[in-house]
Design a protein around this ligand. Structure first.
Ligand code: NAD
Length: 303
């Protein structure tokens, strides 16, 4: 199999590229290294240092002729999307439209798209399932929602097979402190510097933390399954920030300091995605427990 991973020098994309190489695939990566790192690229994957929004990106993809295209390259920072919505939309919407046209022109057999729980926005009903309407509350959520809709429309018009994966809060080795799900990486960096952890508000706000290796497995499953589906990829469990701190206390031997600060404006209180559709259509379910995933992340950052 020949695979193309956009954003393959980033946090999730680099783990996916590693797994694809391990499985024997020929792996190409398109990444402009705006947040990704050259040293995260698997040594035997081919890095094309290009921007997905370039008008002629299709020429490069036609030259590669991938069987499967995993589209992860994105502007992922919610606050940046609010400060600069046009730039966010350029990468996440225009970039996706360029990738779609390139898929058609180069005969891609399957597109697997990385989307996000941010498309759902707020609401009182948890966990959120795929039948619920999307109603984003940031330009990042809106651009991902628009990218999803563009993929579905493109499929109707041209028949391109696709699967859309909506991730909850992903964590694991190589994650930086910005963007989505960053609280674990923020806390790990604090532990590394022996600084206290800052908990905003009461700490009772919850997130659905999913380990990066489980995200990789969902992408691999989507190569052959889940055609035409939009699927949540999550644990389906809510973990509060206070519970997260308690787990970190079990992993980190030195005394762990905790500070409290006022709740941040714009932070949603709870986030949790129902993953039962993924179990049915992708035959996928998360395998890493939070404590195991935290231990792996801790080892990679602190040792
Ligand atoms: P990341 O920032 O580590 O990776 C994104 C990669 O895309 C980077 O390597 C960056 O250099 C590259 N990139 C950005 N703009 C580009 C452009 N115009 N052209 C080419 N390359 C470009 O982020 P990540 O956490 O690995 O996220 C990967 C995908 O997963 C994104 O699509 C994101 O929306 C989605 N996602 C992530 C999370 C999470 O918790 N991390 C949650 C939900 C969805």
């Amino acid at each position: 199999m020949k695979a193309l991973v956009t954003g393959g020098a980033g946090f999730i994309g680099s783990h996916l590229a590693d797994a694809l190489r391990l499985g024997g695939a020929e792996v190409h990566i398109i990444d402009n290294l705006s947040s990704g790192l050259r040293e995260q690229v698997h040594p035997s994957a081919r890095l094309h240092e290009e921007d997905i929004t370039m008008e002629n990106i299709s020429d490069l993809i036609q030259a590669i002729r991938p069987d499967v295209l995993f589209h992860l390259a994105a502007q992922i920072d919610v606050q940046s999307s609010i400060a600069n919505p046009a730039q966010d939309s350029n990468t996440n919407v225009v970039g996706t439209l360029r990738i779609l046209q390139a898929c058609k022109q180069s005969g891609v057999r399957k597109l697997v798209f990385s989307s996000t729980s941010a498309v759902y926005g707020e609401g009182s009903q948890y966990p959120k399932d795929e039948s619920m309407a999307t109603s984003p509350i940031s330009f990042y959520g809106l651009s991902k929602d628009t990218a999803e809709k563009s993929i579905r429309l493109f499929h109707r018009l041209s028949g391109l097979p696709y699967t859309i994966l909506r991730y909850s809060n992903v964590y694991g080795p190589r994650q930086t402190s910005r963007g989505e799900g960053g609280v674990i990486s923020v806390f790990m960096n604090k532990l590394k510097q022996n600084l206290p952890l800052t908990v905003h508000g009461t700490g009772e706000q919850t997130r659905d933390f999913i380990y990066v290796q489980d995200i990789v497995e969902a992408n691999l499953a989507a190569v052959r399954k889940g055609d035409g589906q939009t699927v949540n990829i999550s644990t389906g469990r809510r973990t509060s920030i206070n519970q997260l701190v308690d787990l970190l206390k079990r992993i980190h031997e030195p005394e762990l300091g905790v500070e409290h600060s006022p709740a941040r404006a714009g932070d949603i209180r709870d986030s949790c995605l129902d993953n039962r559709l993924a179990e049915r259509v992708l035959e996928w379910s998360p395998r890493s427990s939070l404590i195991e995933g935290l231990k792996q992340t801790y080892r990679s950052i602190l040792t």
